[in-house]
Ligand binder design. Structure first.
Ligand code: GLU
Length: 211
């Protein structure tokens, strides 16, 4: 089960992500991570095995990770042991794509074999890592177009949040057979696995349908 929270707006993202993830702890998890983007700068990815508190301590409750756009994740391992390496977010080879995922990519081995033949390298044991590489593989400058190509290629269940180098203050999200909601705020927006993660910020919420 586990959870996803995403934020983009005019506030520091990391504390909002950590708070949101803490509201999703009831869903169970074995590790956690977040990715935050500060304008045009690089995306910073921080991960920790174990309790969310370890991630909070590592980031000084989010304060040491500046930036106003980000995605956070709690993982319940299905492919690969609970570890810092296997924790999300996962990154493409070129570092331009950063993804979080809840669910299972059923055809990940087939996709991984194809990407390996195209000289992509893998650092984790997760099914999710194929998403980051596949996104990089298809990306020609349009985030929406790329996401459509990715979901046409993957089989299984997913709630996905993706940051992309050319979109400093945006992320893209999609779901199929795994929960994901969108929260609209005042010059800020959210995604989350469950309303409890963002109710403190907005009650203007809608439910994404499959695909
Ligand atoms: N299948 C993915 C993994 O093992 C995601 C698990 C989850 O839903 O947290 O990393």
């Amino acid at each position: 089960m586990c959870g996803i929270v995403g934020f983009t707006g005019n506030h520091q993202a990391a504390p909002i992500l950590l708070y949101g993830l803490s509201r999703l702890e009831y869903r169970g998890y074995d590790s956690a991570g977040l990715a935050v983007r500060d304008g045009e700068g690089d995306t910073e990815v921080i991960k920790a095995k174990g309790r969310l508190k370890v991630l909070a301590d590592k980031t000084n409750n989010g304060e040491s990770v500046p930036g106003t756009c980000g995605i956070g994740h709690t993982r319940w391992a299905t492919h690969g042991e609970p570890s810092e390496t296997n924790a999300h977010p996962h990154m493409s080879d070129d570092g331009n794509v950063v993804a979080v995922h809840n669910g299972i990519i059923e055809n990940y081995q087939e996709l991984k074999d194809k990407l390996l033949r195209k000289r992509y390298s893998f650092y984790s044991e997760t099914d999710t890592e194929v998403i980051a590489h596949l996104f990089e593989y298809y990306y020609k400058g349009d985030i929406m177009d790329t996401m459509i190509k990715v979901i046409n290629r993957v089989e299984g269940s997913y709630a996905l949040g993706v940051l992309c180098v050319d979109y400093p203050d945006q992320f893209i999200a999609v779901r199929k057979a795994s929960p994901m909601i969108v929260g609209l705020g005042d010059e800020e927006n959210f995604i989350a696995s469950d309303v409890t993660a963002i109710l403190k910020h907005t009650r203007d919420i809608y439910y994404l349908e499959d695909n």
